[in-house]
Design a protein around this ligand. Structure first.
Ligand code: S3P
Length: 436
């Protein structure tokens, strides 16, 4: 990862135009490595996101004896079966990646060896008791710090038992950790979601021939065998979201993002931007073996503020940095509620957004579970990313139509989800400089 990168974005004249592809979906890439490692046989995977976060997952499984060969976005994973992982020689350090941490806790809870899991200065502040507590009620022994954070010590050789558990928060990471632990448990593991969250784990488990059943809010798994399969990972809608908003706010824009994952549990950003008046169309839908994908076309059209419907929040949870930038260019106010989870992402995104928007002259009011943004015309300025990749990319979108250039400080973590973001942006005529 590169150190000390700032972005300098200048307003563009004449609109953004062209066709791009964004890298593979981060959530699916993590799960592809995890499930293929636990499967029997060799799985080939294309479209893999090669980023700092997904490398952390790959490194963890390599440390546990899985052979993974990689050529750019192609992976070949020699699965060791559910019980074939080896004790890692060292602490597993997953850097900035919350998904790696939570999902790995579920896998490690069921192993016959002990392990220790940690992460970087952002990840060791994020809540882990939400995962450790239900795992421990499955008879695992996962110990986190008194603050409920990493490092976690996981004792092996425990026989797990299935539980029925109602998630206290709508979290796909928590749901997935419990389903993965359920692969090692005696009896059924039932997870009840308060609201639907991304279902990539369920889809990929089925793709690896391990059925997961859903009835309403209840998701059920029993121990079984995973068998290798071939996978194609679509482009990440969370990365595409920055380009969608860019197209929405820069007059004269008309751009296409090809091959974007359109899983129904992930596409709420499209609904929200459309409610705000955006001109976005979907073409060339391909159902795919596990995950659907399509091309998205966005054209500039003035937008207006909205009250974001609560039921759309979980399906756009990673897109609010981008959506709030759309809001700052929209006519009137946009209100986001029921999104307290944003406070425990890679940064406190409610505060990070409010700080940045105020720096560029936008009126914002924060609440414990959201924020209210008064649309207008942002001015130039200097914004801090809080070390958060999505805050960095969102404010680089804001710079496209502001009345002056915007500098975004500390953008190195963009590599956690979107290496090559600035190059991709430049293909569309976006003026973005990376300054060391
Ligand atoms: C993710 C789930 C979401 C999301 C994160 C990726 C996943 O987190 O914010 O970026 O891959 O399961 P939560 O499950 O904590 O909401």
């Amino acid at each position: 990862m590169r150190a000390g990168i700032d972005y300098l974005v200048s307003p563009v004249a004449g609109g953004l135009q062209g066709k791009i592809r964004v890298p593979g979906d981060k959530s699916i890439s993590h799960r592809a490595v995890i499930l293929a490692s636990l499967a029997e046989g060799v799985s080939d995977c294309s479209g893999f996101l090669d980023s700092a976060d997904t490398r952390a997952t790959m490194a963890a499984f390599r440390q546990m004896g899985v052979r993974i060969t990689q050529e750019d976005e192609l992976l070949s994973i020699a699965g060791v079966g559910l019980h074939g992982l080896l004790a890692p020689p060292d602490t597993l350090d997953v850097g900035n990646s919350g998904t790696s941490a939570r999902l790995l806790l579920g896998v490690l809870a069921g192993q016959s060896f002990a392990s220790t899991l940690t992460g970087d200065e952002s990840l060791v502040r994020r809540p882990m008791r939400r995962v450790a507590d239900p795992l421990n009620s499955m008879n695992a022994d996962v110990r986190v710090t008194p603050e409920g954070t990493l490092p976690a010590r996981i004792t092996g050789n425990r026989s797990l038992r299935g539980i029925e558990y109602e998630l206290p928060v709508a979290s796909a990471q928590l749901k997935s950790a419990l389903l993965l632990a359920g692969l090692y448990a005696r009896g059924k593991t039932v997870v009840i979601e308060p609201a639907p969250t991304r279902d990539h784990t369920e889809r990929l488990l089925a793709h690896f021939f391990c059925p997961v059943t859903r009835s309403g809010k209840r998701i059920m798994i029993e121990s079984g065998v995973l068998r290798a399969n071939r996978m194609r990972i679509p482009g990440d809608i969370s990365s595409a979201a920055f380009f969608l908003v860019a197209g929405c706010i820069v007059p004269g824009s008309d751009l296409v993002i090809e091959g974007v994952g359109l899983n129904p549990t992930r596409r709420a950003v499209l609904d929200i931007l459309k409610l705000m008046g955006a001109d976005i169309s979907v073409a060339n839908v391909v159902e795919g073996a596990a995950e659907p994908c399509a091309d998205l076309r966005v054209k500039y059209r003035p937008m207006h503020g909205i009250s974001i419907p609560a039921e759309l929040v979980p399906g756009a949870i990673d897109e609010f940095p981008a959506i709030m930038v759309a809001a700052c260019y929209a006519r009137g106010e946009t209100v986001l509620k029921d999104a307290a989870e944003l406070r425990v992402k890679e940064s406190d995104r409610i505060q990070a957004l409010a700080d940045g928007l105020e720096r560029i002259g936008i009126a914002v009011e924060t609440r414990p579970d959201g924020l209210r943004v008064e649309g207008g015309r942002p001015c130039g300025g200097v914004v801090y990313s809080h070390g958060d990749h999505r805050i960095a990319m969102a404010f680089s979108v804001a710079g496209l139509a502001a009345s002056g250039p915007i500098t975004i400080q500390d953008c190195k973590n963009v590599d956690t989800s979107f290496p090559g973001f600035a190059d991709c942006a430049r293909q569309l005529g976006w003026e973005i400089k990376e300054v060391e």
